[in-house]
Write a protein that binds this ligand. Structure first.
Ligand SMILES: [Zn+2]
Length: 168
């Protein structure tokens, strides 16, 4: 893999870091590195389990935020778009009602992902209950709920990169 090869999940990261990632890919080691760093699976397999998981985190960190009307895994979600790129609204005002209906949808890929990645993505979506944009206040809230948020997000991007590799 040469330096021109784009790493779509890692756009914006420093070039020296990307060079290390390409080297791991060339050596066929990226998947193993992630698997060794994140061996821990989770048991949050159903929408009900996900609802309980999200609610527990919300109660712990964001008790005052609006209640959640729905929490579900969604197989149609584009991970890059929803979780890691431009935020697509998870809250909707329905029927012109004053209070927004709050929904959290998690790409179904996270059902199989290591536990810290599910934690990170739920923290991300919970932070959007209070902060719309991906700005400083948003990331402060994320790191309040998950102190190593930025490391886990980077590693999640590596994980997604590894999943996309032809060899698997
Ligand atoms: Zn977002």
């Amino acid at each position: 893999m040469n330096t021109a090869t784009p790493l779509k999940y890692l756009a914006g990261y420093p070039e020296d870091l990307l060079a290390q990632v390409r080297q791991l890919i060339d050596q066929g080691k990226l998947g193993d590195v992630i698997a060794r760093r994140y061996p821990e699976p989770h048991e949050v397999r159903t929408d009900k389990a996900l609802y309980d998981y999200v609610t527990e985190l919300k109660e712990r960190h964001l008790r005052k935020a609006d209640p959640l009307s729905k929490v579900a895994y969604d197989s149609k979600l584009k991970v890059i778009q929803h979780a890691l790129g431009t935020h697509t609204a998870i809250s909707r005002v329905q029927g012109g009602k004053l209070k927004a209906k709050r929904e959290i949808r998690v790409a179904s890929l996270f059902r199989e992902a290591p536990a810290p990645f599910l934690n990170m993505i739920v923290v991300h979506e919970l932070a959007h209950l209070k902060e719309r944009e991906h700005d400083k206040a948003f990331y402060q809230l994320c790191t309040y709920m998950l102190p190593d948020y930025h490391q886990v997000e980077f590693d999640l991007r590596l994980y997604l990169t590894a999943l996309d590799l032809p060899s698997g």
